[in-house]
Design a binder for this molecule. Structure first.
Ligand SMILES: Cc1ncc(COP(=O)(O)O)c(C=O)c1O
Length: 376
């Protein structure tokens, strides 16, 4: 019997098991990367808005080269990679390095803000459904959340938020583009809102999905932070850069606010994540590749929903919110049996479902499963 593993079988074997064996001499580094990326994900995960193509080859190399530094703290010289990254972000955003705080995922930044404002025991105004991390944490400190429903287009209702401002308000939270709806606010409307409202209270703008609208020229609210307005912006390396598992994100605000928020952080990020983010920022090729793949995924999903006559929201993110017409529990259960994970329930939109773009092969499986769902 021929015991030699053929090149094709080796690729298949690695794809299925993810086995790690030395490949040098058998295939080149580009193919090694392809194999890693072609690793089949079971169950198919279309539930957390990750970028399954990441990290890029350049970032993988940077992480491996940084291993010798793992014995060092990432915040003291000469290994202060966090401050190096903060300087890099600051340069890109046109702000002072003291206006940037790198955190363990943007979630840590959201929680630190929830803690800082929550402890005032006043009121945070936010729309629902949205990304909840900041409000959930603030509630732990007995802060009240004044929930505003989304408008008819499933967008943040800025007028109603403005109407609810009182002397009890400590902060306004806006997620733009919003998770789970994928909708984006009119840029002038948002800018005017932030300009006016930040005179009365702090405005937090969660821009986790900002990168997906960058090519449309959508403005970031960091431009208002730069001008000294009372605004905090959060961003992440978890989405288009494909680094969700490394936990790295950041906040941008005025220096005083950043130093208050720094005191509310818990663990921060780590040296490998910092190296990864520093290199990810420069990898424009991968950034564009990810955006292209995401657009392919979005268009595929739009066509699927149109074929099935399902309402959906045009997305400015890496997921689509569609009206399944059935309770989300039923959709989730059905998909789970097909080894596909979809987004959680987003009350009060129980008949809607959020689906991440994932890889094309995963979306094809989702498409078959969804068509089956409507046959049963
Ligand atoms: C709107 C929004 N903000 C923040 C986050 C948190 O991301 P991370 O902590 O990975 O940076 C997410 C995660 O999905 C999100 O959807």
């Amino acid at each position: 019997m021929n015991k030699q593993i053929s090149r094709r079988n080796l690729i298949k074997l690695l794809g299925i098991s993810g086995a790690s064996i030395p490949l040098t001499g058998l295939i080149n580094s580009k193919e090694i990367n392809l194999i890693k990326n072609s690793k089949e994900s079971i169950p198919i995960k279309l539930s957390s808005n990750e970028n399954p193509y990441g990290p890029s080859e350049k970032v993988r190399d940077a992480i491996v080269s940084a291993f010798d530094e793992v014995c060092r703290y990432p915040y003291s010289e000469p290994y202060n990679r966090i401050s190096q990254l903060e300087k890099k972000i600051a340069k890109r955003e046109g702000v002072d390095p003291g206006m940037v705080l790198v955190t363990g995922g943007s979630n840590e930044g959201l929680r630190a803000t929830g803690r800082l404002f929550g402890i005032e025991k006043k009121e945070i105004i936010a729309c629902k459904p949205t990304y909840l991390a900041l409000m959930t944490y603030a509630k732990e400190f007995d802060c009240k959340i004044n929930w505003v429903p989304l408008d008819k287009e499933l967008k943040y209702d800025l007028n109603e938020m403005k109407n609810r401002i009182s002397d009890k308000t400590s902060m306004i939270f806006i997620c733009n583009p919003n998770n789970p709806t994928g909708t984006i606010l009119d840029s002038n409307a948002l800018e005017n809102f932030c300009l006016n409202i930040s005179k009365k209270t702090c405005v937090f703008v969660d821009e986790a999905y900002y990168d997906y609208s960058i090519n449309d020229g959508y403005p970031t609210m960091t431009k208002l932070v730069r001008k000294g307005h009372n605004i905090i912006v959060s961003r992440t390396f978890s989405k288009v850069y494909g680094l969700a598992g490394l936990r790295i994100g950041y906040l941008i605000s005025n220096k005083e606010r950043i130093s208050q928020l720094k005191k509310c952080t818990m663990a921060g990020t780590n040296i490998l994540a910092s190296h990864a983010a520093i290199n990810a920022y420069d990898d424009i090729e991968f950034f564009n590749y990810s955006l292209n793949k995401n657009n392919q995924g979005l268009n595929f999903l739009y066509s699927l929903f149109e074929d099935l006559g399902l309402e959906y929201k045009k997305s400015y993110t890496n997921f689509v919110f569609f009206k399944s017409g059935h309770h989300i529990d039923k959709v989730q259960d059905f998909m789970k049996k097909k080894n596909i994970l979809v987004g959680r329930a987003f009350p009060p939109y129980f008949n809607w479902c959020r689906i991440s773009t994932g890889k094309m092969e995963d979306l094809e499986k989702f498409s078959i499963a969804l068509k089956d769902f409507y046959k049963t």
